[in-house]
Structures are given as C-alpha cells and as structure tokens.
Design a protein. Structure first.
Length: 221
C-alpha cells in the first residue's frame, strides 16, 4: 500500500496532541457506495515496554478467504499515553502496510476511530496516512456516553459526545458476548462501518479481518 507521510513520530506529547487536532479536520465521513473486493485487518500486540508485533491480513470478499498475511516485529518508542496510542503503534503498523502487496478497499483496525477526545484515534490516523476507508473496531470504550445495547446479534446503541453528537456505535457482534465499539476511521460513514463489521463477523465477536490480524500478531496464524 502507498503511504502518505504526513508527519514525523519523533514528537513530544504536546506536539502529538497538536498534530491530532490538525489532522482531525481532514477526516472524511463519506458514504461507501461500492462493494469491496478486498478487506484488510490491522492489529498490533505489545510484547513488552518496547517490543511489539504488528500484523496485517487481507481477505477476499465475500469469501473472507486469506489472501495475504504480513507480520513485522520491532520496537515502539513513544510512551503509553491513553488517546495517543497511534503515535506508539503507527510506525510499526506503517511498516506492515508498506509490505502489503494487495490493494484493500476497506481496512478494519483494532482501535478507535473518531470516538476519541480529539476525534482521531488509531483507525482515523491510519486512514489519513493510507488515504483509504478505515473503520475503528475497538474492544473497549475510550470516550463518549452510551447505553448497553440489546443482547442479540446486531443490537446497537449510539456513542454520544458531551455536545450530543453521535461519534460511534456500541455493536453486539455475537449474541450474549461483550459488544465492540465501532466508529468512523476515515472516508466512510457510520452506517457503512457497522454494515461491514457485521458482514465480516462469521459467528465470532471480532470481525474476521481484525480477528485474524490479532492471531497473526500473536504468532498463531
């Protein structure tokens, strides 16, 4: 995949927050009108304070057959700061994306999209670097208010910010298990994001692209 190098990652915490504020204005919330042929998943596992493994998996759609798996091991240098995880995890993830030969139409990311205090989580940040539709598929909430959705597959409740704006959805992707926290990454709308996450779950809590990327990052794929 092609990378648009928007900034350096050798920055202070204050500079990282300023970069997020600037980049958040560039995020697009455009309705996805085409059916994807290739869907990718991105995940990263932190092995220690400085060692990590990032993985990208590309699947065909609608078969959800694995076409490509890329794994990169390396160091992370930015400190762990809630809300700034993309500065910690992005450099290694971009190494993965540069090595992916396929051209995915959508990328599902294990992380937040715009459901973030400065409206630019890992999925949104990555989407801007790749200039591709990305979806935040987080396992836990970071920001906003919400009610628990129903227990059945496909049940949804909205994630609302302090001004009353909808910034994401709490989505039950498997009946009776914990929900996921879905939000726009970049160049996609929330309804399309929810649709494609549900289409990729195949009976699991996690959508297949990020589930398989997680397994790959753990050395289990």
């Amino acid at each position: 995949m092609n990378i648009h190098h928007l900034h350096t990652f050798n920055v202070t915490i204050k500079q990282a927050c300023e970069i997020q504020i600037q980049l958040a204005t560039k995020i697009l919330k455009t309705k996805l009108i085409h059916v994807p042929k290739f869907i990718a998943g991105i995940d990263i596992s932190i092995k220690s304070n400085s060692e990590a493994v990032a993985a990208g998996v590309v699947l065909s759609y609608p078969e959800l057959r694995i076409l490509e798996v890329v794994v990169v091991k390396g160091e992370v240098f930015f400190p762990y700061v809630p809300g700034l995880l993309s500065f910690r995890e992005m450099p290694l993830t971009l190494d993965v994306c540069e090595k992916i030969k396929s051209n995915p139409d959508i990328i599902l990311v294990d992380g937040q999209g715009i459901a973030h205090p400065r409206r630019i989580g890992f999925a949104s940040h990555l989407g801007l670097f790749l200039d591709k539709p990305t979806i935040g598929c987080a396992k836990s909430p970071l920001f906003g208010h919400f009610l628990e959705p129903g227990v059945d597959f496909g049940s949804i409740s909205s994630i609302i910010d302090n001004e009353g704006e909808t910034i994401g959805a709490v989505l039950r992707t498997k009946s009776g298990v914990k929900p996921l926290y879905i939000s726009i990454g970049h160049n996609i709308d929330l309804a399309s994001s929810i649709n494609w996450v549900l289409r990729c779950c195949e009976g699991y809590r996690l959508p297949q692209p990020t589930r398989l990327a997680h397994l790959a990052s753990k050395g289990n794929l």
